[in-house]
Design a protein around this ligand. Sequence first.
Ligand SMILES: Cc1cc2nc3c(=O)[nH]c(=O)nc-3n(C[C@H](O)[C@H](O)[C@H](O)COP(=O)(O)OP(=O)(O)OC[C@H]3O[C@@H](n4cnc5c(N)ncnc54)[C@H](O)[C@@H]3O)c2cc1C
Length: 324
Amino acid sequence: MRDWGESLIQWLPEGTVWFDRPLREDTTFRIGGCARLSVGVHAKDHLIEVVHQAIREGFPWFLLGGGSNVLFSDRGFDGVVILNRLDDLRLTSQDRIETGAGLPLIDFVRFAEKNGLSGAEDLAGIPGSVGGAIVGNAGAFGRNIGEILEYVDLISEDGTVSRMVPDDLEFDYRESKLKYSQDVVISAGFKLTQGNPPLIEKRIEEILALRAGKHPAKGVATAGSFFKNLPPEKPGDRRVAAGLILDRAGAIGLSVGDAAVFEKHANIVVNRGAATAQDVLELTSIMKRIAFESAGVALEEEVRRIGFTEDELAATEIVRAGNR
Ligand SMILES: Cc1cc2nc3c(=O)[nH]c(=O)nc-3n(C[C@H](O)[C@H](O)[C@H](O)COP(=O)(O)OP(=O)(O)OC[C@H]3O[C@@H](n4cnc5c(N)ncnc54)[C@H](O)[C@@H]3O)c2cc1C
């Protein structure tokens, strides 16, 4: 892999290829060992070529956007981490926007606002990239990004580039088919509606204020909600917040090493400074156990855990019996 990395340095822009770069630099949890090779890509052709070469060379590789929904192991990643930085952004018609998948989601939300387009407001404040949001069907306040998506252009596992529409992507709550493939989203098209600019702005500011009240302040190391909310108790109801169950189970105040449950939201784990991935695994195992003991529910991780062995992950599966 060293030789391949050296060859990338020859043709990629300066300062975009690193050996043994700590993954804490590229993740909002600020946890994880090193990636053997990290490559930042800022152009579509470079992304396609780097992915093609990684496939051809047979190296393990992982595509990272904003790094806000992942936990890397303390051993790091024994392969290449491709940092998607494709951040182009343009109007393609009066009510359509196309973005590079590496664009920060908030830049897309603000661009829609600037152009008087409504539909993306509720996504304001969700960290990470447009691509990461599509893969996990990110959302808040009952709205998910899949609802405004018109198409994605992606590199499939076999290296071909193609376009898919939402029906192909099987969106569900924090789910899409892309999560279970190595397909790479290059760019995305969104269809919005013409709106009233002051109302769009007001909604964004409301959302940001609501989030500021219950999420960790900017700069606090976290990956947001660690577990998914639970399916509604009966059809038509809202999902049951994992945070509520954890709060009732007494999760606030729990910590292992520097990994701690956030004091204002029992489903958020924060890194107080020097937390290890092992600390997070242990803490979240305890959270799963108390949720099961107090409410009979088996919480499922929303955060993607990378670079762990099957045994390490199995050890966190204290509860195997499923939801009661
Ligand atoms: C403080 C905080 C608050 C949060 N609040 C919310 C919230 O309200 N709602 C919500 O849904 N989430 C929330 N999150 C979680 C996170 O921000 C979202 O899941 C976000 O969409 C992840 O995007 P990302 O670019 O950071 O993805 P990453 O963490 O970089 O990657 C996540 C997964 O997506 C894959 N991926 C990323 N980009 C691509 C691409 N271009 N092509 C293919 N695969 C890709 C990665 O391989 C990985 O499997 C929050 C996180 C934090 C830290």
